[in-house]
Design a protein around this ligand. Structure first.
Ligand code: NAD
Length: 312
């Protein structure tokens, strides 16, 4: 009897969850206020990280930018100060655990407790598995995945103490459906998916309802990271422009959305992957020429790591 009651309660709760989710689809929840919040964005010297720093600044947040690229951090600073934002930047290689600890201490003493952490830094090598050096593989895993764990370990405790905070992790559609030439990248991003989903469950079941998590999984965004690549059939799976993508990401963060896949077609790809035979998935990949997506990859010029320092 107890089992039947448990099942009925479960069904009721699942129905409520579906209803709330559908209502939110048509009537988005109100955006939260981030004025005065301390927002740390890693990989903020360029691309989407820089844009997110700017968006948070416009909303009155105190922004903290981390990157290995000190020149890029300076450029982000100029953009933020031009709109009157409060900005701190720190050179930090997020794949280096000891550096993360050291620079996190500096942030706490110079700025305060971070309440929104955006793990955005990422790298891509763009080679097939057997062409990759061991160092390249370690770098991809270190920057794209392990760094998110190190930074979260640093900044989550104060969020839990205050029952107030948000961990935002940049994944990728390649962390939901793998892509050829991206074995290391996809593996690291699948790790981000697992890390973020599991962290969400852990926080939920520990009763910390004031600490949110958001997993962001865009497909190809024209930031320069995947320079040279382009999608076949853009009408079905369009290349994403940087600004509108960041706007969607900001909307997801400000409404505490747990996961966002961009464009919407990615939801279909993920669902299909779980219900169709692998051979059928091969056909879909071939249709989109997704197995050839990385062939024209030109790659980012490597950025020399700068020594750890701080600047306001
Ligand atoms: N561009 C895309 O198509 C795309 C698609 C899906 C996901 N993403 C993800 O979005 C995030 C941002 O990418 P983007 O497209 O804006 O590219 P980007 O190259 O402009 O930004 C990445 C930033 O990370 C920084 N970085 C690299 N290694 C670092 C390290 N060790 N420590 C600190 N900072 C480091 C870089 O200097 C750079 O500023 C990445 O995580 C990327 O994997 C990008």
């Amino acid at each position: 009897m107890e089992f039947i009651i448990d099942i009925l309660v479960l069904l009721k709760n699942i129905t409520v969850a579906f209803l709330v989710s559908w209502i939110h689809f048509f009537v988005p929840p109100r955006r939260k206020c981030v004025r005065g919040e301390i927002v740390l964005v890693t990989g903020a010297a360029s691309g989407m990280g820089c844009d997110m720093i700017l968006e948070f600044s416009k909303l009155g947040a105190i922004t903290v930018a981390w990157d290995v690229n000190s020149q890029g951090l300076e450029e982000t600073k100029q953009l933020v100060t031009a709109i009157g934002g409060k900005y701190y930047s720190f050179v930090c290689d997020v794949s280096d655990r000891e550096q993360v600890k050291k620079v996190a201490d500096q942030v706490r003493s110079q700025v305060g407790d971070v309440s929104i952490l955006v793990n955005n830094a990422g790298v891509v090598a763009g080679k097939k598995l057997l062409e990759l050096t061991d160092e390249e593989i370690e770098r991809t895993m270190g920057v794209n995945l392990m760094a998110q764990i190190w930074t979260t370990k640093e900044f989550l405790p104060s969020m839990l103490e205050n029952n107030h905070g948000h961990i935002v992790n940049m994944g990728s559609s390649a962390g939901l459906v793998g892509l050829s030439h991206l074995v290391d990248y996809s593996t690291s991003k699948f790790g981000v998916t697992g890390f973020t989903q599991t962290l969400n469950y852990e926080l939920h079941f520990s009763g910390h309802d004031g600490v949110a998590t958001t997993l962001i999984c865009p497909s190809f965004v024209k930031t320069g990271m995947f320079a040279g690549c382009k999608m076949e059939y853009p009408l079905i799976l369009p290349d994403l422009e940087q600004r509108p993508t960041v706007e969607c990401i900001m909307q997801a963060i400000l409404t505490n959305q747990t996961e966002i896949y961009l464009p919407r077609m990615v939801y279909t790809m993920v669902s299909l992957k779980h219900v169709i035979p692998v051979a059928a998935m091969h056909e879909i990949i071939q249709f989109f020429r997704a197995h050839k997506f990385m062939e024209p990859f030109l790659g980012r010029t490597s950025i020399k790591d700068s020594p750890v320092n701080t600047e306001e």
